[in-house]
Design a protein around this ligand. Structure first.
Ligand SMILES: [Zn+2]
Length: 331
């Protein structure tokens, strides 16, 4: 991507020039200084980052000892996984090698991303989804994550020239209307102020811009994770996410998120419950099976029909472990 001209001081709103690689930058408005940390520009303002977010950042940065390492502990693994995901997504109608990735592809198609459009990923982790989006749709990606370790890995495994910054999802360092599309996968359930995150994503969209949010669903009765919780008398295992404050009380229901999107002035708001019981078991219990089935289209269609039929009743009642929400900015 060419130099970018839409950076904004997250503290005072003054426009910032595209920073020189490896150098700190200061704001001409308020003189705030933004450092270069772990290979990426760091816009996370320690003065405004709250306690809860600071703890989560330490978890994702690997500063808190954990039984499970985060996905980006080994950049070589990330590079291999990125190439694998891009290969699958360019050969088949899916964004990730999973049943969920196929639903995400269908929903993303409905937002019609175009080549050359500027796409923001809020909570981009290692940037794999942005790479897949570039490969499939030709979008120019900008990723933010408050974990310096994540964006550092993202910047070092970056075959499509996407841009990565450390930033707080509640204070995006971008000018109003800077993006054609904004997406966020598995992030809003971690933030303390859902409304602020939605309003920031809406703010940086241009008129006619599109938004996609994927998140865990609080209305998860009869689902795979619900059964795990019931049978384990506690929390299901989400690895490092559990340590980073992955609390069911902070999850949303589809109607709540739809209300926040409408409240941020967005239109054509839609939600889709995904991953109820069998489809999530399929993805989590047999993680390699989806990709293997892709080689046998007839069998794939039969398995898909069986799983979706089995999930139809609870899904139809609005129960699911996750949901996708989409919306458009008027204009
Ligand atoms: Zn400033």
């Amino acid at each position: 991507m060419p130099g970018i001209d839409f950076l904004m001081c997250p503290r005072c709103g003054e426009r910032l020039a595209d920073p020189t690689e490896g150098r700190e930058a200061s704001c001409p408005g308020c003189e705030a200084v933004f450092g270069f940390r772990a290979g990426a520009m760091d816009f996370v303002d320690p003065l405004t980052l709250e306690e809860f977010a600071r703890l989560q950042r330490d978890v994702y940065d690997g500063k808190v000892s954990s039984a499970r390492m985060s996905d980006y502990a080994n950049p070589d693994d990330v590079r291999r996984h990125l190439e694998y995901c891009v290969d699958i997504a360019t050969a088949h109608h899916t964004l990730q090698p999973s049943w969920l990735g196929m639903r995400c592809r269908e929903v993303t198609d409905s937002l019609d991303p175009r080549p050359g459009e500027r796409l923001l990923d809020v909570g981009c982790s290692t940037g794999i989804m942005l790479a897949v989006m570039s490969a499939v749709y030709g979008t120019h990606g900008v990723g933010i994550d408050f974990s310096g370790a994540a964006v550092s890995t993202a910047a070092s495994c970056n075959p499509y020239g996407n841009r990565f910054f450390s930033a707080d999802a509640l204070r995006l360092p971008f000018a109003d209307g800077a993006f054609d599309m904004a997406m966020s996968y598995g992030v809003i359930e971690h933030v303390s102020d859902h409304e602020a995150m939605v309003s920031e994503m809406a703010r940086v969209l241009r008129p006619g811009g599109r938004l996609l949010i994927y998140t865990t669903c609080r209305r998860d009765r009869w689902t795979w994770h619900w059964w795990q919780r019931v049978t384990s008398r506690g929390r299901y295992d989400l690895g490092v996410d559990n340590q980073a404050g992955h609390e069911r009380e902070n999850f949303l229901e589809p109607e709540e998120l739809a209300g926040l999107l409408a409240g941020a002035g967005l239109v054509r708001v839609e939600t889709l419950v995904v991953h109820t019981l069998y489809t999530l078991m399929f993805d989590e219990v047999f993680p390699g099976l989806f990709a293997r089935l892709l080689g046998s289209p007839g069998l794939f269609r039969a398995v898909r029909a069986a799983l979706e039929t089995a999930d139809a009743l609870p899904s139809g009642l609005g129960y699911g472990n996750e949901f996708l929400a989409t919306a458009w900015k008027e204009g």
